[in-house]
Design a protein around this ligand. Structure first.
Ligand SMILES: N[C@H](CCC[C@H](N)C(=O)O)C(=O)O
Length: 277
């Protein structure tokens, strides 16, 4: 059965998006992998489904699948795209949109030229929230032993798990060497996204992310939020940071512990298509 979809992207993090508000869609992990395949399918980092709400606290349910077929609880760049689609498709008025996910509720709002802004909720620094297995009671940097080196990781959950490593030069960071080894390390029972953060000032940084289930992407919205939260907690950042990713810039604002974190950036359509499921 053929099904329409939108190809969308946020700073080059690209998505196949299904509008399932009126007509549910159910995807097996095999179907996800085939659709996401860069040669055999449409090709994307993640597949997103905008669906009818599952409870009274949200306006929509928002599903996220990585290209490897795994269903996960969060995608920041994707949240901006499905919020734009919800308004353009006439499912929502132009105002705050409550996106329910497996990891909680985010509130998104179209912001004109600035794209879309999203309240990403409160970062969680407890290792157990990722989950991550490290023997230390309080949240804080942990050390991972990888054969010949000790790596300091800053752990943050944005509804999905992130391990942030501070580096001197993001362009020379060992993303493809260390990324998959940390993603699949036994300390992370559900795997982890790995961010490589170069601090350039109290309001500026560069970031590359090896994404769980997708590899290095041109941008990772939740990764940018996790990096900002980790940096704020470590005392590197003020309340607002321009986070430069390979695909462009996100503005991240975070007042500190217990407060929500905001992300603002673009959400673009690429094309509309139809695929046989
Ligand atoms: N790879 C992520 C999901 C996509 C996140 C990313 N594309 C974003 O913009 O937040 C995970 O497995 O948790």
């Amino acid at each position: 059965m053929a099904r329409d979809f939108f190809k969308m992207q946020g700073l080059g993090n690209d998505f196949v998006v299904f509008d399932a508000v009126a007509r549910p869609v159910s995807l097996s992990s095999e179907q996800v992998r085939r659709i996401a395949h860069r040669r055999l399918g449409v090709g994307c980092d993640q597949i997103l489904v905008l669906a009818a709400p599952r409870d009274r606290d949200s306006d929509f349910f928002y599903q996220v699948f990585n290209a490897d077929g795994s269903e996960v609880s969060q995608c920041g760049n994707g949240a901006r795209c499905v919020a734009r689609l919800a308004v353009d498709a006439g499912h929502a008025a132009d105002g705050p949109i409550r996106l329910g996910t497996r990891g909680g509720v985010m509130i998104a709002e179209l912001a004109g030229e600035a794209g879309v802004k999203v309240n990403m909720g409160r970062p969680d620094f407890r290792p157990g929230s990722l989950p991550a297995r490290f023997d230390q009671p309080a949240p804080g940097p942990v050390t991972l032993e990888l054969d010949e080196q000790l790596v300091t990781l800053h752990l943050v959950s944005m509804g999905n798990p992130h391990a942030v490593i501070r580096v001197e030069d993001v362009e020379r960071a060992p993303v493809s060497e260390l990324g998959p080894r940390i993603e699949n390390h036994p300390a992370f029972p559900e795997r982890v996204n790995v961010g490589f953060l170069e601090v350039r000032g109290r309001d500026r940084a560069r970031l590359r992310v090896w994404e769980r289930g997708a590899g290095e992407t041109l941008a990772c919205g939740s990764g940018a939020c996790a990096a900002m939260a980790a940096g704020r907690r470590a005392g590197w950042f003020d309340e607002r940071v321009d986070m430069g990713l390979q695909g462009g810039n996100l503005v991240i604002s975070f007042e500190g512990d217990g407060r929500p974190l905001w992300m603002q950036g673009p959400a673009e359509y690429v094309f509309k298509g139809s695929i046989r499921l």
